[in-house]
Design a protein around this ligand. Structure first.
Ligand SMILES: Cc1cc2nc3c(=O)[nH]c(=O)nc-3n(C[C@H](O)[C@H](O)[C@H](O)COP(=O)(O)OP(=O)(O)OC[C@H]3O[C@@H](n4cnc5c(N)ncnc54)[C@H](O)[C@@H]3O)c2cc1C
Length: 366
């Protein structure tokens, strides 16, 4: 892609917003569409840990995106804060994993990948996190893991985009299908009418697979519901993130503590349930007994864009000119967003990519 292109992006979660931001920085003209308001779906609902939950259990493809993003997040946060006055709060607290079954594999992965993950004595974990429950016997710790306040990240990205002359955002604008001229996609049909552009980028999260069905394509991206609860404690209540048995607690800078999450296959239903609330509260108290005395101040659900092995689809759709994907980030869309969106733009503009794009290419996977 050499001359300036007119690009329409479908879906304004973190992936669509950051794709728009990166394309606009390349002087492309961008229209971003969302059927709701941008940044209100999974990218708002997530926990914002800037790491896969168990990074050693993922493929090298996910690891490559995660590492690039982890290095980039602090500067992304600073740049957005400076540009918009909205701080995405990239908060480096470190993360304790407790009583892991695959600790040996975790430590071997860290050695291989040169990550600062190490075994710590459980008493050292209690010293560092005095509110930690007493039922644990082993811990490993990685000091450089951050979390990002994702609702602020998406708000900040939106504000940054609104300040750019070559970006337009249309909210409450639902895409129902694609406009084709033979095998070339030349735009989208929306509730506000047809929008024709040179290139169409699908970043519709869990809804991406459904949208591609109208082209006869079977994209394996499916909604995976996740519920989360929120507490409000003193700012210094929880100094690090803690994780056991698939459940975690994440401290924000102001003392909000998020506890998540469930993994449910309920289609596109994202109603929070009483049973998940009770189960998440039980996990919260097991991790941090003092939370038994705290009030749950929030409870919500979001739909992750589930994909095989959690490897996102990044690149051109085979068989269709002008149609591109950046979707299917499953449990890791916040951590993977910076690398995914940089890689996407590298591939689209035909520049040397930040990492090998082959594992993410839609070709052969849909
Ligand atoms: C409970 C929970 C915890 C999580 N924790 C973490 C974590 O700690 N770390 C991490 O990295 N990731 C986490 N995730 C995953 C992460 O939130 C997602 O992978 C990421 O937000 C996906 O971003 P997205 O932009 O692809 O999708 P979304 O944020 O869902 O955005 C998709 C957008 O597309 C729009 N859209 C859909 N259909 C249409 C249409 N037809 N027309 C126009 N617009 C449309 C939607 O309105 C939406 O705004 C978590 C997710 C959940 C649910």
């Amino acid at each position: 892609m050499t001359r300036q292109q007119q690009v329409v992006i479908v879906g304004g979660g973190v992936i669509g917003l950051l794709t728009a931001f990166n394309l606009a920085s390349e002087a492309q003209s961008v229209v971003l569409l969302d059927r709701s308001n941008v940044g209100q779906e999974s990218s708002w609902a997530g926990g914002g840990i800037v790491s896969p939950l168990y990074p050693w259990r993922y493929s090298p493809a996910v690891t490559a995106l995660a590492h690039w993003s982890q290095d980039f997040y602090p500067q992304l946060g600073e740049r957005l804060f400076a540009a918009t006055g909205i701080d995405p709060e990239v908060h480096t607290t470190g993360l304790y994993w407790l009583d892991l079954d695959d600790e040996v594999e975790a430590l071997a992965w860290a050695e291989r990948e040169n990550r600062p993950l190490r075994a710590v004595d459980i008493s050292a974990a209690h010293d560092a996190v005095p509110v930690l429950g007493v039922g644990f016997s082993r811990a490993i710790y990685m000091a450089d893991v951050a979390n990002v306040r994702n609702p602020r990240l998406v708000k900040s990205l939106k504000a940054a985009l609104l300040a750019l002359p070559n970006v337009t955002i249309h909210e409450q604008c639902e895409v129902s299908g694609f406009i084709r001229e033979g095998a070339t996609v030349v735009g989208v049909q929306t509730t506000a009418g047809a929008i024709r552009r040179d290139q169409v980028v699908l970043t519709a999260g869990a809804w991406s697979g459904d949208l591609l069905k109208s082209l006869g394509l079977d994209l394996p991206v499916e909604p995976v519901k996740g519920q989360m609860i929120l507490y409000k404690c003193a700012a210094d209540f929880l100094p690090s993130m803690v994780l056991a048995k698939g459940r975690y607690a994440i401290p924000r800078r102001d003392g909000h503590i998020l506890v998540g999450s469930t993994l449910e296959h309920e289609g596109f239903d994202k109603t929070p349930t009483e049973s998940a609330l009770e189960s998440l509260k039980a996990s919260a108290v097991e991790l941090i007994p003092a939370l038994a005395e705290a009030e749950v101040v929030g409870h919500w659900a979001g739909l992750r864009p589930g994909s095989p092995q959690g490897i996102p689809f990044i690149g051109r759709v085979p068989g269709f000119e002008g149609l591109w994907l950046n979707c299917g980030h499953y449990r890791n869309g916040l951590v993977l967003a910076p690398a995914s969106c940089q890689l996407f733009v590298d591939v689209m503009v035909g520049r040397e990519p930040i990492i090998d794009p082959a594992p993410y290419a839609p070709e052969g996977r849909i």
